[in-house]
Write a new protein. Structure first.
Length: 336
């Protein structure tokens, strides 16, 4: 990497600098920033300025030109527009091939991205707990990537600033985007950060296999605390007992509200006497469906009722699972 003391070069007069031959380019505009934060010593023009115009190759070449930004004691210092101009001349560009604009002096500060990340993660953590009524101990937040952090820090370094976290109406869980508004005496801007949000919460899991139509009691579930990394409609463990399984639930499955239906108490009867319904016989991993069985009594979801095989006139006991279905575990010969 070229390291040139451009301050010394500017004092040299009557000396002809041998320039590197470069192709003829369209004019490039280099807009200098007023302050930047960097966490390394090899600072380039692309880090202290925005480059536009010309060709893509030309922009990339200029962006990669290194700058002398450390003083004799190894500390960051101010960089003037004149010094950036001298660096371009040394690289072989004629004065008519580029246009410098923006700040006349760049304030270069040492960034501490790791510290800034921790402060921002702490802020997001507090706001998640406050805005969604969560316990702080049940939240974990991690910001992904350094580019957005460096960009935001470079705009607020050396100033007093405030930050406001802006959430959507829904609780962010898993891989998500989080927007933060930064305000300082000289600037106000928004930055979108990619983050991973993990929540620890209590969920109900099946203590064993639960067949469709079973009324859930305390023996059929276990309540555990586990990290949640995706959005799902988890059933509230406090409201599971007394509800009815709408689907077969495997052992250790987390119970979702879509797996359950309301308890049959205080509900209108879903099947009336003499209704024609489907009877499902579960045989291991397969099902046999009997069409147009006749209900011999009324029932709610979760009730066991007697149904009549209208072909064989055999009667079966079946558990009601919906307005049109009941489930039975019985010898399939009864279906004839």
């Amino acid at each position: 990497m070229i390291q040139v003391n451009y301050r010394c070069l500017m004092w040299v007069t009557g000396f002809s600098i041998a320039l590197i031959a470069v192709p003829a380019f369209g004019q490039v505009t280099i807009t200098i920033k007023d302050r930047v934060a960097v966490d390394h010593t090899g600072v380039t023009i692309g880090e202290v300025a925005t480059i536009s115009g010309g060709t893509t190759n030309q922009q990339n070449f200029i962006a990669g030109l290194d700058l002398d930004v450390l003083d004799a004691d190894g500390r960051y210092q101010y960089l003037t527009r004149r010094e950036i101009e001298m660096r371009l001349l040394v690289a072989g560009y004629g004065r008519r091939e580029f246009h410098l604009t923006g700040a006349r002096v760049v304030d270069i500060r040492k960034a501490n991205t790791s510290d800034f990340r921790k402060r921002l993660e702490s802020l997001i953590h507090r706001e998640l707990a406050r805005q969604f009524g969560l316990e702080s101990k049940n939240i974990s937040i991690r910001i992904v990537g350094d580019e957005k952090l460096r960009s935001a820090e470079s705009r607020i370094v050396g100033t007093d600033y405030s930050a406001t976290v802006l959430f959507d109406s829904q609780l962010p869980v898993g891989k998500t985007g989080i927007q933060v508004e930064f305000t300082s005496p000289r600037d106000r801007f928004f930055e979108d950060f990619e983050a991973h949000v993990i929540l620890s919460t209590e969920v109900a899991v099946a203590a064993g296999n639960v067949t469709r139509g079973t009324v859930i009691d305390a023996s059929k579930i276990r309540v555990i605390r586990r990290p949640i990394v995706r959005k799902a409609d988890f059933a509230d463990p406090r409201n599971v007992v007394g509800r009815v399984a709408k689907v077969d639930i495997l052992s250790n499955d987390v119970l979702l509200t879509s797996y359950l239906t309301e308890t049959n108490q205080n509900r209108t009867t879903v099947i009336q006497r003499n209704d024609l319904i489907d009877v499902i016989v579960q045989l291991g991993g397969t099902e046999v469906r009997l069409k147009n069985a006749r209900a011999m009594k009324a029932g709610n979801i979760g009730d066991t009722i007697t149904v009549l095989n209208t072909r064989s006139h055999n009667q079966l006991s079946a558990k009601v699972v919906s307005r049109t279905e009941a489930v039975v575990s019985q010898d399939p010969r009864n279906l004839r």
